[in-house]
Design a protein. Structure first.
Length: 290
């Protein structure tokens, strides 16, 4: 018997619909407004329901929408349907055209979650400690969004607004992610530090740079787990640009001055700053050894 005052671990009552077409799902969202929630992989939604953090009136199961599935390559761009599961990120096309996603995949929670969780679900959830939002920003991804007024595109760096906050308006659905093919000389690095394998990262980095001899060109440094959304470090990137692979000291010092990490239950701001600097040093070393 549950003791008086003990939290319930059962979801609240809600209506359930499983549309067969995207336009039907959009119509349901429009009719219910803020009382509706979308179910994709459910790896964040279901726990939130069971803990009564969310109490939707309507649950819209979009897992059957063919329009949100598929991995395709066309005209130098990789298109990933929002329902692409984490376990599918090891696809050879993704490893070739969006290697940060493939590199991040083993770090996403545990195998059971990777088998059900979706790319679009993770991006729309916008957890600042999650791997995929930072990867999307570092890859210059573009998001296709559908709503009652039609479709629009949003750059990844403009999509994430804060903790669990995105550019998605009420009644909109993330349909797909498009990523431009990298230049042949581009190198990538994905690293994170966590207390245990599968835990959210205390700090992580998704980075890219063009290789020009032994020097960095156009580096892109995106950190996660240290702010309210993916954190870019343009000043550190500028300090790294043109520097030899063995000389990352100026970029590391610039990073320490540039970022203002948000403390959490697991680490303070000073610790997160130091971890970010360690990760930057390791990323540069990884580029040099590639």
């Amino acid at each position: 018997m549950r003791e008086h005052g003990e939290a319930s671990l059962k979801a609240p009552a809600f209506r359930y619909r499983r549309p067969k077409r995207l336009d039907e799902a959009l119509s349901l969202l429009a009719s219910e407004g803020e009382g509706a929630r979308l179910l994709a992989g459910g790896q964040s939604l279901v726990p939130a329901l069971n803990m009564r953090l969310l109490e939707p009136k309507l649950l819209i199961d979009i897992t059957g929408l063919a329009e949100l599935r598929g991995i395709a390559e066309s005209k130098g761009r990789l298109r990933l349907g929002a329902l692409t599961r984490h376990c599918e990120l090891s696809d050879p096309r993704i490893a070739r055209l969006a290697p940060l996603l493939a590199a991040a995949q083993p770090f996403i929670a545990h195998a059971a979650i990777r088998n059900r969780g979706t790319l679009g679900g993770s991006l729309a959830h916008a957890d600042p400690a999650a791997e995929l939002p930072a990867c999307a920003v570092a890859l210059d991804a573009e998001f296709e969004i559908a709503g009652a007024k039609g479709r629009r595109r949003v750059a990844a760096q403009d999509f994430f607004r804060g903790v669990f906050e995105t550019a998605l308006a009420p009644g909109e659905i993330l349909v797909a992610v498009e990523i431009p093919a990298p230049a042949p000389e581009t190198r990538f690095a994905f690293l994170e530090l966590s207390r245990r394998q599968g835990d959210y990262a205390l700090a992580g980095i998704a980075a890219s740079a063009s290789m020009s001899g032994v020097r960095a060109s156009d580096p892109r440094l995106v950190f996660f787990g240290i702010g309210t959304r993916p954190v870019e470090a343009p000043k550190a990137a500028q300090a790294l640009s043109g520097a030899g692979w063995k000389d990352s000291s100026a970029a590391i010092e610039a990073l320490g001055r540039e970022i203002e990490p948000a403390p959490d239950l697991h680490a303070g701001a000073a610790m997160k700053r130091q971890l970010a600097q360690v990760l930057l040093r390791r990323a540069v070393a990884q580029w040099a050894s590639a």
